[in-house]
Design a protein around this ligand. Structure first.
Ligand code: FAD
Length: 288
């Protein structure tokens, strides 16, 4: 089933994101996490892709997405990046996804790695979207968006103009980068409307549940951190349990507000932590 068909039915599409395990962590943990997440019956679970700078076969992404779809019976989207791949690499991944019955791809450019010179076949995610749509397969294609602008963009207007190219190339649904200030998301949605970008946008929500994650958030994400967010986290930074509870409560608060404002979808960055997703789902299920 193409995931775009889930949207536009007057309800919020709730989805989860997981990542393949790091090389040094046991594979079983992600399978256990997936089983727990699937039991919460999200509309779909997406699996991230790590090109690893080598062209990347994405085998683990395909394996996990296949497990979600074929063993757990939940729809899935496989992420796929293109910057460090050539057309043959991408075609191989597409074949592999198709053979496993995976029907949806979140098409991404990938981050620039200064140590790895990119291939020249794809410069932007929109190139990948076009490429996928010009193959013999029939994938549903989604793309990423940044409510506060991509860090490499001159400004948000330039980024939205580029986003339009991605949607015109065939991205049927957009999934947003994490944000912590809902007003930024609402302003962004208004900009999309003015730019005639009319596809559904799922809001990316990241529950920040520990100090390391919080510090990374400040350094890495371009997302603005409202005073309510920073105050809460500074207050509880040395109390791990309280910090986790506060992070979950903040995410729930954001989600309630988004659903009340008619958001198309919520895409929860689960960080492979089903216990966190469970607490959030338990609090918002009746709203869905
Ligand atoms: P693009 O849409 O190509 O945009 C990148 C930059 O190029 C932007 O500044 C844009 O304005 C500009 N641009 C786009 N088109 C043009 C054009 N035609 N001309 C000039 N400029 C242009 N990374 C991973 O490695 N693996 C993952 O699994 C993964 N999953 C993600 C999931 C989500 C929901 C999100 C939001 C991000 C994810 N990322 C992932 C990170 C992503 O790869 C980075 O954010 C990357 O830097 C940009 O990817 P993009 O697809 O948004 O790129």
């Amino acid at each position: 089933m193409k995931l775009s068909s889930l949207f536009g039915k007057n309800k919020t599409v709730f989805s989860f994101e997981v990542f393949p395990p790091k090389k040094d962590s046991p594979v079983e943990t992600v399978y256990n996490a997936l089983a727990e997440l699937a039991a919460m019956k999200p509309e779909f679970i997406s699996v991230t892709y790590s090109a690893g700078g080598s062209g990347g076969s994405g085998e683990m992404t395909v394996e996990l997405a296949s497990y979600v779809k074929n063993k757990l019976g939940i729809e899935t989207a496989a992420h796929l990046t293109c910057l460090n791949s050539d057309t043959n690499d991408v075609r191989r991944v597409l074949e592999n996804l198709s053979e496993h019955g995976i029907e949806n791809i979140l098409a991404l450019r990938g981050d620039i790695n200064p140590d790895v010179p990119p291939h020249n076949d794809f410069s932007y995610a929109s190139d990948l979207v076009s490429f996928i749509n010009n193959q013999r397969f029939n994938f549903g294609v989604m793309g990423a968006c940044c409510p506060e602008g991509h860090p490499e963009s001159e400004d948000l207007i330039a980024d939205v103009k580029n986003l339009k190219k991605k949607v015109d190339a065939g991205a049927e649904v957009l999934v947003s980068q994490m944000f912590f200030d809902n007003t930024k998301f609402y302003d962004f949605k208004e900009m999309l409307r003015l730019a005639d970008i009319n596809v559904p946008v799922s809001a990316g929500i990241m529950p920040v549940t520990n100090k390391r994650q919080f510090e990374r958030m400040i350094i890495l994400s371009g997302a603005s951190l409202p005073a309510k967010f920073t105050k809460t986290f500074s207050r509880f930074e040395d109390k791990p349990e309280a910090l986790a509870d506060a992070g979950i409560a903040y995410a729930i608060d954001q989600i309630v507000d988004l659903i009340s404002n008619g958001v198309d979808g919520i895409h929860l960055y689960t960080m492979n932590k089903p216990a966190v997703a469970r607490k959030i789902m338990d609090s918002v299920r009746s709203l869905l």
